[in-house]
Design a protein around this ligand. Structure first.
Ligand code: 3JN
Length: 339
């Protein structure tokens, strides 16, 4: 089997760490791994299987002998270094918002629109969507194919790992302080995250939505290849370490019963249905999502207030399926079909 030199850009971040782990877990055909990050992290060690790899400074790295770059360094860094890597002959899978909305860059969730990977040739880049969008579109796809979705109302319950390691530390520190009756300090989030819920993810935009919310609108339409799907999101940060949850309320073109929806979802790629009408008969971030690969769907029920409405609860590991796993699946598709 052919093997590839793979660079991970942003390797010391929460997503970069998962990219390394998942390449190893899925036995991606790696020849050499290059662990890249900012000058500040250069010289640190990361683990790849039983190897210890030294982190190199991205600014000095030459991509000419690297076939695949998995990027998760932040949009500003990708803006500069993804085109540089492509210019040196590397194909980039980019997990930032930098290129997602460019018409000539495919935005891919393999269970939904794997055929779009073929369009990587235009810019040498395949974009990885936002975590909240990925788990939602995996669950929407079989329903949209069967009966058509006209509108999606969604509220997210997002884990702090989506912000990064500093946010995991902030939740940890604040939780200890609250429990011991001490005052908390807020550095990462504008208000206390421990024992709280913040209806604010990413920056506020002129229309009153946050950018995280608008990412869900723009990306859902692009990935589903249907600009007629209306998406009305509210994105909320909650004090969960890892694993995003979403309450999704769909308006459909044709009616679909809960049992029909359950059957469609159970047969769709990447989905595990956990839905029994009893205590604990639903997925949660901690018990199902964290550390696993599937998109879990539960609480599937007809909307009692709408003749063509369907409700569900969708849970997934935001660092894995929401980011690193999806990027590795795109890379697997690239090497299987194109490179
Ligand atoms: O907050 C989350 O749960 C997900 C965060 C994603 C994120 C955070 C900072 C910058 C992104 C993203 O992937 O959209 C970006 C960005 O690339 O814009």
């Amino acid at each position: 089997m052919e093997k590839y030199n793979v660079a991970i850009v942003g390797v010391t971040g929460a997503v970069g760490e998962q990219m390394l782990a998942i390449l190893e877990q899925r036995k991606f055909p790696v020849d050499r791994i290059h662990a890249l990050a900012s000058a500040r992290s250069a010289g640190k060690k990361v683990r790849y299987g039983d190897q210890e790899i030294a982190v190199q400074d991205l600014a000095d790295f030459d991509f000419s002998d690297t076939q695949i770059g998995l990027f998760s360094p932040g949009a500003g860094i990708s803006k500069v270094f993804a085109p540089k890597a492509v210019g040196q002959g590397c194909v980039v899978v980019d997990n930032t918002s930098q290129f997602r909305y460019d018409e000539d860059v495919p935005l891919v969730v393999p269970e939904v629109n794997a055929h779009q990977v073929a369009r990587y040739t235009a810019r040498g880049i395949v974009a990885n969507p936002n975590c909240s969008t990925i788990q939602m579109v995996v669950a929407l796809k079989p329903i949209h194919d069967a009966v058509g979705i006209t509108r999606v109302n969604v509220a997210t319950y997002q884990a702090v790992s989506g912000t990064g390691k500093d946010a995991i530390d902030e939740l940890d520190q604040q939780t200890r302080k609250v429990i011991s009756g001490k005052p908390v300090t807020c550095d990462v989030y504008p208000k206390q995250i421990a024992f709280n819920a913040l209806p604010h993810i990413d920056v506020f935009l002129d229309n009153g939505y946050t950018k995280e919310e608008m990412k869900m609108v723009w990306e859902t339409q692009k990935i589903m290849e249907d600009d007629s799907i209306l998406v009305n999101p509210t994105t909320v940060r909650i004090p969960v370490v890892n694993g995003h949850s979403e309450a999704i309320h769909l308006e459909l073109k044709e009616p679909l019963s809960a049992s029909q929806a359950k059957e469609l979802l159970a047969g769709a790629p990447g989905i595990r249905v956990v839905d029994s009408h009893q205590d604990g008969g639903y997925p949660t971030a901690v018990t199902e999502g964290d550390g696993t690969d599937a998109v879990y769907v539960g609480r599937i029920r007809e909307d009692i207030s709408h003749p063509r409405g369907l409700n569900m609860w969708v849970v997934s590991d935001n660092l894995r399926k929401g980011a690193a796993l999806n990027s590795v699946q795109i890379a697997e598709n690239l090497v299987r079909e194109y490179i």
